[in-house]
Structure formats: structure tokens, C-alpha cells
Design a protein around this ligand. Structure first.
Ligand SMILES: Nc1ncnc2c1ncn2[C@@H]1O[C@H](COP(=O)(O)OP(=O)(O)OP(=O)(O)O)[C@@H](O)[C@H]1O
Ligand SMILES: [Mg+2]
Length: 374
């Protein structure tokens, strides 16, 4: 098969919107990006997904179905933009890999839920859709996440041990060493708590370039308390997490505890807490790299967090090896995750088992996803 065009659609835990890429894969699965698009979530849909992440909702089944349909409309708009930008007709696209929106992630209980409407997306675009990538790995006893390490291995492998760090809502790392299977796992929150705090105190959905937090003073004891009081950080890999664990109450409990420890003169300002949440991201990533990849020669960063200048500087100081954006290795930081889902659709159609038991802990590698034909 020549020119295999695929589209990848990723809407992650940050709930900022849909990242979309249209790429051509060669026979070895190496991608060339032809177009990219981003569709921000309308505020009402973002609020509805946030509400559906909580466990106290009313009429969740019907609301989930409606939110999934709305997501498919947004996905279709992103696909339309990609086709226009690349001047390709829908008939040239082999398939769309559509992640869906995670609203529950409980692999230890045997499920993970991504709201999605692949049938509707196939109807709207006249393109085959591959979706539901995570459930098969969970059924095989795995975490169902992260699913990107095989893709990272294909595009970012180097002669030296290397870490690929994705800073989305949650942070996940892939450890690449020559001639060995990749290792990968979630390390904890990346942007999810910073976004939440920023929204509460400034009204902005995220701290652009990390500027607000950069004006605060990170509080080492609060950061240490956040790490020490959360057993998840001490769990060995494989592990994954999400908004199920790192949510507003999680943060409020820790702040309440700390408030009782500080004198009136020491009280923290909101910007100090933002800085501390940034340090929590840095320290939890550093902990994981110290434990699992102390030999890393460099760290390549992707995801929206790569644009947080203060976070990138802090990571550079904490990790003691070069920390660079994936752009330096030829892939735009914002494209990596969406491209991974285009690749997962490519792998699905070729019958390639794209999960990695050394990453997810499943009892074997599996072909991920299911197809809704055009
Ligand atoms: N200019 C910027 N400065 C600081 N932070 C930014 C900037 N742009 C994006 N971000 C952060 O990146 C987040 C979005 O990142 P991204 O889309 O990679 O995460 P995600 O949607 O959770 O995806 P995934 O689950 O695939 O990792 C935003 O919510 C915001 O916190
Ligand atoms: Mg996103």
C-alpha cells in the first residue's frame, strides 16, 4: 500500500479541546504530517465532560450519549479542516483514529470509559473510524494506558537511553533504550491541577507560558506533603491515573492540612500554590525518572505543558540532562499524541498488536481498537 493517509484525533484529560493531525505513514509506520488542526471545546461541552467525570451526576447514561454525539460533531469539524488544509478528499483517508473523551479510568476494577460516537463520526465524515483503543488491553489485565510508547519507540528511539515525557492533563513517560522494549507509565498530574487552580483564581483556563505561577514562590513543604500523602506516587509501574484521583477535593484536602501547619505570616498566596503545583509536576516526573531511567541521556517533552516556560526551566534544573521539546526531534509538541492515535489506527488495520505488556502490565500484546467502516 502506497501513501497511507490517516487522521488522528486526541482529546485528553486537560479538556482543552481536540488536537487533530492528518499524516501519511510509510510501510514501516513512519509518519509525515500533512496538516494539523485544533478545535477548542465549547464551554458548555467542557463543563458537561467535567461534570461527567464526577460520580454524583444525574441521568449520566443519556447525558453521556449526548456528550459523545457532540464530541463526534467537533471531531468531524476537525476532520473537515484537515481535509481542506491538505487538499485531500475523504476517499484518500484510510481511517480516522479517534480516542474519545475519558470520563472514568478504573483499570483495577476492569474498566476505562472513553465517551465517543464512532458510528456518528463515520456517518459525518464518510471515513472509516477506528476507536475504543483502551478496553482490549484492560480486558487482558492491563492498565489500558499509556498506549503511546510503541509509537514513541518508532519515532524517537536513539542510540542513547532517552525519556519521552508527555505533559498533558496527566504526565506520562516512555523510556527508550536501544534493543529493549519501551517502558512507560503515568507519573502523576501535569496540567490538571495547575489548570484547575488557575481557573479558580484567575478565570483563565490555563496559566499561559506558566507566567502567573512563575511570579509565585513554590513551597517545598507543601509539595513534599502532596507527594508523601498520596500512596499512588509510591506504587510501582505499571500504573496510570486520571481525574478520578487528581481532582479538586484532592487538592483542597492537602491545602487544608497545610493551612493548619503555617503561621499567619506564612500564609500562601494563590500564585505560590500555582508555583507549588508546578513543582509537584516536576518532582513527580523527577522521582519516576530517578527510579526508572537514571541513565537517560536526554528528555524529549511533548503535550501542552511543553509551552509552560517556567515548568520547562524547572524540569531542566531537576533532571540534570538536556530537556528539549520534541520539535527538536522533528515532531511538533502538539502533534505527538494525535499522531499516535493515527498510528494506532494504522496499526489496527494492519493487524499489528500495538499494546506493550511491559508498559501496561497486560498478559499479552493485543490488536487495539475496533472499526466502524465508512
Ligand atoms: N502556552 C501555554 N502555556 C502553558 N500551558 C499551556 C500552554 N498551552 C497549553 N498549555 C497546557 O497544556 C494543556 C493541554 O495539553 P494537551 O492538549 O497536551 O493535554 P491533554 O488534552 O490532557 O492531552 P493528553 O491526554 O493527550 O496528554 C492545557 O490545558 C494547558 O494546561
Ligand atoms: Mg488536549
Amino acid at each position: 500500500m502506497s501513501d497511507s493517509f490517516y487522521i488522528g484525533l486526541m482529546s485528553g484529560t486537560s479538556l482543552d479541546g481536540v488536537d487533530a493531525v492528518l499524516a501519511c505513514f510509510d510501510s514501516a509506520g513512519k509518519p509525515t504530517v500533512h496538516a494539523r488542526a485544533c478545535e477548542l471545546f465549547p464551554e458548555a461541552l467542557r463543563a458537561e465532560f467535567l461534570a461527567l467525570n464526577r460520580t454524583d451526576g444525574f441521568n449520566e447514561l443519556a447525558r453521556s450519549a449526548l456528550a459523545a454525539n457532540a464530541l463526534a460533531e467537533l471531531y468531524a469539524r476537525a476532520v473537515d479542516t484537515l481535509l481542506k488544509k491538505s487538499c485531500l478528499p475523504a476517499t484518500r483517508i484510510h481511517a480516522i483514529g479517534a480516542h474519545g473523551q475519558t470520563v472514568r479510568h478504573q483499570p483495577s476494577q476492569g474498566f476505562t470509559i472513553q465517551l465517543n460516537a464512532p458510528a456518528r463520526l463515520a456517518e459525518l465524515t464518510n471515513i472509516s473510524v477506528v476507536a475504543d483503543f483502551r478496553s482490549r488491553d484492560v480486558a487482558a489485565g492491563g492498565q489500558g494506558a499509556p498506549l503511546v510508547p510503541m509509537f514513541h519507540a518508532g519515532v524517537f528511539s536513539s542510540e542513547q537511553p532517552r525519556v519521552v515525557l508527555n505533559l498533558g492533563g496527566i504526565a506520562n513517560i516512555t523510556i527508550l533504550r536501544p534493543d529493549t522494549d519501551p517502558i512507560g507509565f503515568d507519573t502523576g498530574p501535569a496540567n490538571v491541577l495547575m489548570d484547575l487552580w488557575c481557573q479558580l483564581h484567575t478565570g483563565a483556563s490555563y496559566d499561559a507560558d506558566g507566567a502567573w505561577g512563575a511570579g509565585g514562590r513554590s513551597h517545598p513543604d507543601l509539595c513534599q506533603h502532596m507527594i508523601d500523602s498520596e500512596p499512588w506516587f509510591k506504587l510501582p509501574a505499571p500504573k496510570s491515573t486520571g481525574r478520578d484521583l487528581f481532582h479538586q477535593q484532592w487538592l483542597e484536602q492537602r491545602l487544608l492540612h497545610m493551612a493548619g501547619q503555617l503561621s499567619t505570616r506564612e500564609q500562601l498566596r494563590p500564585a505560590d500554590i500555582q508555583a507549588t503545583l508546578r513543582t509537584l509536576t516536576t518532582q513527580s516526573v523527577a522521582l519516576a525518572i530517578r527510579n526508572y531511567a537514571p541513565d537517560a541521556a536526554d528528555v524529549l517533552v511533548c503535550g501542552g505543558g511543553a509551552r509552560n516556560v517556567a515548568l520547562m526551566q524547572e524540569l531542566q534544573l531537576a533532571l540534570g540532562c538536556p530537556v528539549r521539546a520534541t520539535d527538536d526531534a522533528g515532531i511538533d509538541t502538539q502533534d505527538v499524541e494525535a499522531l499516535a492515535f493515527a498510528w494506532l489506527a494504522w496499526a489496527h488495520q494492519r493487524g499489528i498488536a500495538a499494546s506493550n505488556p511491559s508498559v501496561t502490565g497486560a498478559k499479552g500484546a493485543r490488536i487495539l481498537g475496533a472499526t466502524w467502516p465508512a
